[in-house]
Design a protein. Structure first.
Length: 149
């Protein structure tokens, strides 16, 4: 019997890194078996295969897996699309259907609409600078992860 590889072709994908990060974050409350059960996978080893980048996230399982991992399903779906399709295909999907937004991103957009009186204001360099300045003390940009732990 062939030994299962420890890492796979999706090991460096953003989706795999997110799954790994969430499993680690939930470790005190949920096991990989719990996550697999909540996501509706019949084999608990499939979570290990996702975490190792051996398998792609099945698109039809994104909502349940996102719920089990306690993350926004739109974010996970966007990352799963990147696993399934070449970059150009994902961009085509976004061009036709629009960007896939998380609940937090939608909330930001709703707030901007409220602040601008629901007018379609352009995002000028002046507005960008003001927003950066206002958020500088509140949010710090996360560095992109280079290596998978």
């Amino acid at each position: 019997m062939a030994k299962t590889p420890t890492t796979g072709p999706y090991y460096n994908s953003a989706a795999t890194k997110l799954i790994d990060k969430r499993i680690d974050a939930l470790a005190g409350r949920k096991t990989q078996n719990d996550i697999a059960f909540e996501a509706g996978f019949t084999r608990h080893s499939f979570i290990s295969m996702l975490k190792a980048g051996i398998s792609k996230i099945p698109l039809d399982r994104v909502p349940a897996l996102a719920k089990a991992l306690e993350i926004d399903p739109a974010r996970l779906f966007r990352l799963a699309l990147e696993q399934h399709f070449k970059e150009g295909t994902a961009k085509t999907i976004a061009a036709i259907f629009g960007d896939i937004l998380t609940e937090n991103e939608v909330e930001w957009i709703q707030f901007i609409r409220e602040v601008t009186g629901d007018e379609d204001q352009p995002l000028t360099n002046e507005a960008k600078a003001a927003i950066r300045k206002a958020l500088a003390g509140i949010y710090t940009p996360r560095q992109k992860e280079v290596a998978h732990h």
